[in-house]
Design a protein around this ligand. Structure first.
Ligand code: CUA
Length: 314
């Protein structure tokens, strides 16, 4: 059900937004009208009644001052904890999510299905399936926004942002760009089309393949032009660098003791600027790939590593 304030909720992610949105709306409305009412009451009640009227002496009121400090402080902590939980829920996809890579470019969206070698300008997904969106931009700042799902995040060059959603009913939902990105910003629109599983399979099978899938392209670069396999094994054995088997999503300790999770951002950084975050016990021996791999090739390598992590554990 929609309301005057929000469109009908069409994704599991709306649970992270709608309750706190209404809480904030009612809470702030309550205090707004309370303060306005009290202000007007005081204006009338304590108005200057004659020209020589003296202002009465004012004394503090401890209980009142404690009340108006402690109550808002408690409310702010509640809002922070609630909001932070929602923020995390929106940015951490469920483990069984299907992957789609989102690319923003003046002035259109494109969606890559990394295992299938399919690229589309509408985001077609099966109903009832959580979908993880890994997003980056080619040129300038954009923002991926689906009001019906309550998801929105900046889409940035040379960096990845992650959102997810799960739409349980078939339907069509507006996608907007929510960051001014130049002349046709307002026309940077597309749809999320949620269809039954079977229809999705048929659609995917009927799409023209855009060459190799990202996973296969990544595999090819890994063994070929990237030269990665000289130092990184895919079977877990130790070479000059860490094995990439099952590395995606793994927590690693770095040489300086920090802990990181291997995600898209880390892999990209390790390719572009390998000296930045060296995994503990390994030598800083990797050459930088900045300028040698383009965005698609970097994404392909990431998808390949991701596919190695997807394999069932032996
Ligand atoms: Cu893209 Cu605004």
């Amino acid at each position: 059900m929609g309301s005057f304030w929000l469109p009908p909720a069409a994704s599991a992610t709306t649970d992270a937004v709608d309750p706190i949105f209404y809480f904030l709306l009612y809470l702030t409305s309550f205090f707004f009208f309370l303060i306005i009412a009290v202000t007007f009451f005081f204006i009338v009640r304590y108005r200057k009644r004659s020209d020589n009227q003296k202002t009465s002496a004012l004394h503090g009121n401890l209980p009142l001052e404690i009340a108006w400090s402690v109550i808002p402080a408690i409310l702010l902590v509640v809002i922070f904890v609630w909001g932070f939980n929602g923020f995390m829920a929106l940015h951490v996809p469920p483990g069984n999510s299907m992957d789609v890579r989102v690319t923003a470019q003046k002035w259109q969206w494109s969606f890559d299905y990394p295992k299938d070698g399919v690229s589309s300008t509408v985001l077609k997904v099966p109903a009832g399936q959580p979908v993880r969106l890994t997003m980056s931009a080619v040129d300038v700042l954009h923002s991926f926004y689906v009001p019906d799902f309550r998801i929105k995040a900046d889409v940035i060059p040379n960096r990845y942002t992650v959102l997810w959603f799960q739409a349980d009913r078939p339907g069509s939902h507006q996608v907007m760009c929510a960051e001014y990105c130049g002349r046709d910003h307002s026309r940077m629109l597309t749809k999320v089309e949620v269809v039954p599983e079977k229809e999705y399979r048929d659609w995917l099978a009927g799409q023209k393949k855009s060459g190799l899938s990202l996973v296969d392209l990544g595999k090819e670069i890994f063994a070929g032009k990237g030269g990665c396999k000289a130092c990184h094994s895919v079977d877990g054995s130790r070479l000059v660098g860490p094995s990439v088997k099952g590395v995606y999503g793994k927590e690693e300790t770095l040489a300086d003791g920090r802990k990181i999770t291997v995600d898209d951002e880390y892999i990209r950084k390790s390719l572009m600027n390998p000296m930045a975050d060296i995994v503990a016990t390994y030598p800083p021996a990797m050459p930088p790939y900045a300028g040698r791999l383009d965005d698609e090739e970097v994404n392909a390598l990431i998808e390949y590593l991701k596919s190695l992590a997807d394999q069932p554990k032996e």
